[in-house]
Write a protein that binds this ligand. Structure first.
Ligand code: NOJ
Length: 554
C-alpha cells in the first residue's frame, strides 16, 4: 500500500487541501472495556486515520459533563471527563497526532454551559450573585420553545426567576452581551491553544447573539411553543463577537496554522460569506445545514422524500456563493445526522455504490471535506424497533411531546427511525466480532447488526471497497490542484437523476458525474463530458448504471 502523505500545506489557507475526520468519542473505540469510547481507544486507532490520509482530527466534547446531551453540556472546560480519560491522555493524543503530521481540533461549546457548571451554580444561587448577568434571566418567560421540545425556560428556586435554554433545561444559555462572559470564553480558548491544540469547532456559534428584547415568537400550526429562530439565528451582534474573538484569541497565534470552524445551523449563504470572508477575520469555514435539511418538512420530524433537484440547487448555491469570498466545509454526516447512505443513498441493494457516489460528490466539491466516523465504510441507520432503544435526549423528548399531542406512536417511530441522531451514534464498526471491535464490555448504545458485513477489517484490503474509495478521494485532494483550487460549475440543473459538475483549474479540469438513482441514467448532452482519463469509476459510454459515479480529468 502506498502511503498517503498529509497535505503538507502551511500558511494562510492551509486547510483548503486538508481533510478533517470527526470522532464522536463515546462511540469510536473503547480502550478500557467499560462500554464507552475513550481517549485511549482513539489513540489506539490512530493508524487507521493516518492510513486513510486524514489531516485533522476533530473530537466532539470530552470535557467533564453530566452528559444530559452527551457532553454538549460542559461543567468544566479545562479538564477531561473521567469516562473519557485524563488531561495527561489528551496531551499524549496531541503529541501523537503531531508526530504523525495530523492536527487536533476540539469542540468548543460556548453558547451554553451545563447547569452544573460553577458559573451557573453561582448565577442561579441568588439575585445578588456576582454572576447574575452571565445567563439570560427573566421574571416571566416568553413563549419560546426549545430546539429539543418543551419550553425554552425553566424556573430556578434560588433566583426566583426563569432562565433561558435553547436546548435542554440542563444547558442554560450564556449571556454574550456581558463582556465578562466573552472574556471568560476567550481565556478558555487560549488555555487550550497554549496546551497545543490546533483549533476549534465552535458549537452552534451563530446562536451566541440574541435579540436582547427576547420578543414573543410565532407559533406554527400543530406546535405548542413559539419558533424563536428569527430572534436567535445569526443575531444582531454575532459578527462583532466573532471578530472580537479573533482579535482576543487567534491574532495572538498568527505563527500557528489553526483551524476555526463554526457550526452555524440554518444560516444562509449571505451570512456564510460574512463568517468566512478572510478580510473580516471571523472564521475559516462554517458547517451550514441547508443540504441536510432538504428532506425536512415544516420541521425535522416531518420527513419528506429525497429531492435531487433541491440538493443540487442548495449545494451549488453554496459553491457559487462562496466562490470569490470565503470557503465551504463539506459534510454529509455527523453525530447529529442520520446516516447519509440510508437517507440520500440506498442502504439495501446499492449500498456500496451509493456510498461511493455520495463520497465522490462531496469530496470533489470546492471546500474542506469532513469525514464522520463510519462514513468511510458506508455505515447505515440502525433498525430501531422500540422507543426504549433510543438514548438521545432530542429523540426521547420529541417522542413524549408528540404522543402527548396525539400523534400515533407508529408515526412517531417512523420519524425517529429516519431522523434520530442515534443513527449516527451507534458504535464504530471495526470488525465482525460480537461488539464490532468497539468494546470488550457492553456497548452504551447497541451496535448495528450489520457490522458482520460492514466493517473496517473487511474493507481494508479490498480495492473496490467504500473504504478504499474514501482513501483514493483523500489522496486526490492532496495531489490534484484542481480538486483544491478549481472553480465549480454545475453542468445540469435539470437532469432528473444526474448530479454533474466541473472543477476547472489552470492545471486541467475534472468532470464529476453521479447517477443518484437505482435506474440507469441516460447522460444525453452530458455524455460530452466523458472525455479524458477516468480517475474515479469504471463505467464508460453515455448510459450510467444505477448509483454509478465517474470522474474524468483532462
Ligand atoms: C450542536 C451539537 O452538534 C449537538 O450535538 C448539540 O446537541 C447541540 N449543538 C447543543 O449543544
Amino acid at each position: 500500500m502506498t502511503v498517503i502523505e498529509p497535505s503538507g500545506r502551511t500558511g494562510p489557507g492551509w486547510w483548503r487541501s486538508a481533510v478533517v475526520y470527526q470522532v464522536y468519542p463515546r462511540s469510536f473505540a473503547d480502550g478500557n472495556g467499560d462500554g464507552v469510547g475513550d481517549l485511549r481507544g482513539i489513540r489506539e486507532r490512530l493508524d487507521h486515520l493516518e492510513w486513510l490520509g486524514v489531516d485533522v482530527l476533530w473530537i466532539s466534547p470530552v470535557y467533564p459533563s453530566p452528559m444530559a446531551d452527551n457532553g454538549y453540556d460542559v461543567s468544566d472546560y479545562l479538564d477531561v471527563d473521567p469516562a473519557y480519560g485524563t488531561l495527561a491522555e489528551l496531551d499524549a493524543l496531541i503529541a501523537e497526532l503531531h508526530e504523525r503530521g495530523m492536527k487536533l481540533v476540539m469542540d468548543l461549546v460556548a453558547n451554553h454551559t451545563s447547569d452544573e457548571h460553577p458559573w451557573f451554580v453561582d448565577s442561579s444561587s441568588s439575585p445578588e450573585s456576582a454572576k447574575r448577568d452571565w445567563y439570560w434571566w427573566r421574571d416571566e418567560p416568553n413563549n419560546w420553545g426549545s430546539f429539543f421540545s418543551g419550553p425554552a425556560w425553566t424556573y430556578s428556586e434560588g433566583r426566583a426567576a426563569y432562565y433561558l435554554h435553547l436546548f435542554t433545561r440542563k444547558q442554560p444559555d450564556l449571556n454574550w452581551e456581558n463582556p465578562e462572559v466573552r472574556h471568560a470564553v476567550y481565556d478558555i480558548m487560549r488555555w487550550w491553544l497554549d496546551r497545543g491544540i490546533d483549533g476549534f469547532r465552535m458549537d452552534v456559534v451563530n446562536l451566541i447573539s440574541k435579540d436582547p428584547d427576547l420578543p414573543e415568537a410565532p407559533v406554527m400550526p400543530g406546535q405548542r411553543y413559539g419558533n424563536m429562530r428569527a430572534s436567535v439565528l445569526d443575531g444582531p451582534r454575532v459578527h462583532e463577537f466573532l471578530a472580537e474573538m479573533h482579535r482576543e484569541v487567534f491574532d495572538r497565534y498568527e505563527d500557528r496554522d489553526l483551524l476555526l470552524v463554526g457550526e452555524t445551523g440554518e444560516t444562509t449563504v449571505e451570512e456564510g460569506r460574512k463568517y468566512t470572508d478572510p478580510a473580516r477575520r471571523e472564521l475559516d469555514m462554517v458547517l451550514h445545514y441547508e443540504h441536510v435539511e432538504i428532506d425536512h418538512g415544516t420541521f425535522k420530524w416531518d420527513v419528506r422524500p429525497f429531492d435531487l433537484g433541491r440538493l443540487r440547487e442548495r449545494l451549488a448555491a453554496w459553491q457559487t456563493g462562496l466562490a470569490d469570498v470565503g470557503w465551504n466545509s463539506l459534510y454529509w454526516d455527523n453525530h447529529d445526522q442520520p446516516r447519509v447512505v440510508s437517507r440520500y443513498g440506498d442502504d439495501d441493494r446499492w449500498r456500496t455504490e451509493s456510498a461511493k457516489l455520495l463520497a465522490t460528490v462531496l469530496h470533489l466539491q470546492r471546500g474542506t471535506p469532513f469525514v464522520y466516523q463510519g462514513d468511510e465504510i458506508g455505515m447505515t441507520n440502525y433498525p430501531f424497533a422500540s422507543i426504549d432503544e433510543f438514548d438521545d435526549v432530542e429523540a426521547v423528548n420529541y417522542y413524549h411531546e408528540a404522543i402527548a399531542l396525539g400523534v400515533e406512536p407508529e408515526d412517531v417511530m417512523r420519524s425517529l427511525r429516519a431522523m434520530s441522531r442515534d443513527n449516527g451514534r451507534t458504535p464504530m464498526q471495526w470488525d465482525d466480532s460480537p461488539n464490532a471491535g468497539f468494546t470488550t464490555g457492553t456497548p452504551w448504545l447497541a451496535v448495528n447488526p450489520n457490522h458482520t458485513e460492514i466493517n473496517v477489517a473487511a474493507q481494508r484490503d479490498d480495492p473496490d471497497s467504500v473504504l478504499s474509495h474514501y482513501r483514493r478521494l483523500i489522496q486526490l485532494r492532496h495531489e490534484d490542484p484542481a480538486v483544491v483550487d478549481g472553480d465549480f460549475t454545475l453542468l445540469t440543473d435539470s437532469h432528473p437523476q444526474v448530479f454533474a459538475f466541473r472543477r476547472r483549474h489552470e492545471s486541467g479540469q475534472l468532470a464529476v458525474l453521479a447517477n443518484f438513482s437505482g435506474a440507469e441514467a441516460d447522460l444525453g448532452e452530458l455524455a460530452e463530458e466523458c472525455r479524458g482519463d477516468l480517475v474515479i469509476g469504471s463505467g464508460h459510454g453515455p448510459v450510467m448504471a444505477p448509483w454509478e459515479s465517474r470522474v474524468y480529468r483532462r
